[in-house]
Design a protein around this ligand. Structure first.
Ligand code: ASP
Length: 313
């Protein structure tokens, strides 16, 4: 029995509802990523390979806030974070502040496989990618007009503060929904679990800011004894609550079911703290749980012998 879930971020709805065509694009993007992972699981591939393949497919699509199409920092560049973890033997690889490596999750996987360390950041992470022969791109490769408009809209209220109304620029329009971090969790035929997450972080973030996504235990976690988790939402809160590990710990030490652990964390604890977001999780029995306390979360899942499910709201 295999199980696979992917997400394309949780968050508020865009100011204007997504058009049918745009919603269809997101659904197709999620479906393609799900299929990339599912194909491997069907052929007895590993959970680790499946989550890497699914997240790479999402990184390569400009629609999502990871790899190409990621949000911009306040200085208009892209800094990417990613992590991957295998639940057998607690193997993990993570990278942050990546600026040149085309697929940060692939780099995280190389760290997991080849590096004596778990977490590399900044220029040294990009240099490690080059050493391992991974594809490199200029930072501009990641930058799309949509994200430039999004940053302009974020800056607009401040740019001309104090100037007369007539002198104000028209607000930049953003048809990009304010979500898009991507992730995947899987259980393979052998019962092994894995999780991966990749993101550009939060639009307009200060350069050097690292969110929860690449932090093992906060945004990404997998342990064959409990579950695999990938989160999305307000990263600072997911760091403070060590959210992904919190779910695994509820199963391990608290005797929770996956459903009850996720319900309590996402629908009760995080809202009490004022934290918005969601997560995808899978347990040893191939149960998939997906919850979000935001209006929207791009998500898709499939289990062996069952139809794939894809949802935007
Ligand atoms: N959690 C991500 C971060 O804070 C953002 C997101 O999921 O949208 O970097």
């Amino acid at each position: 029995m295999y199980a696979l879930a992917v997400h394309g971020g949780a968050g508020a709805l865009p100011r204007t509802p997504l058009s049918r065509a745009r919603e269809a694009e997101y659904s197709q993007g999620l479906a393609a990523a799900l299929l990339a992972g599912q194909r491997l699981l069907e052929r007895d591939g590993s959970a680790l390979d499946a989550v890497e393949a699914a997240v790479m497919a999402l990184e390569d699509q400009a629609l999502f806030n990871a790899g190409r199409g990621a949000v911009l920092t306040s200085d208009g560049t892209v800094e990417l974070d990613a992590a991957i973890m295998g639940g057998t033997g607690l193997r993990a690889g993570a990278v942050a502040l990546v600026r040149r490596t085309r697929n940060p999750v692939q780099l995280a996987r190389r760290v997991l496989e080849d590096c004596p360390h778990v977490f590399l950041a900044g220029d040294a992470a990009d240099r490690y990618a080059a050493e391992r022969g991974l594809p490199a791109v200029p930072n501009e490769y990641f930058i799309t007009p949509h994200r430039q408009a999004q940053l302009a809209a974020l800056r607009a209220p401040f740019a001309l503060a104090g100037a007369p109304a007539a002198a104000q620029p028209p607000p930049a329009t953003i048809d990009e929904p304010p979500l898009g971090t991507v992730g995947a969790v899987a259980r393979d035929h052998s019962g092994a679990l894995a999780a991966a997450t990749s993101t550009g972080g939060i639009a307009g973030k200060r350069p050097g800011r690292i969110g929860d996504s690449p932090v093992i235990g906060a945004g990404t976690y997998a342990d064959d004894q409990s579950c695999a988790v990938s989160t999305t939402g307000h990263g600072e809160w997911f760091l403070r609550t060590v959210q992904a590990y919190d779910i695994a710990a509820r199963l391990r030490y608290g005797g929770y079911s996956l459903e009850a652990a996720v319900e309590e964390a996402i629908m009760q604890r995080l809202p009490r703290l004022g934290a918005a977001g969601g997560l995808i999780a899978v347990d040893r029995e191939a149960r998939i749980v997906i919850r979000h306390n935001t209006p929207a979360m791009f998500r898709a899942s499939v289990r062996s012998g069952e139809e794939a499910r894809i949802h935007v709201y």
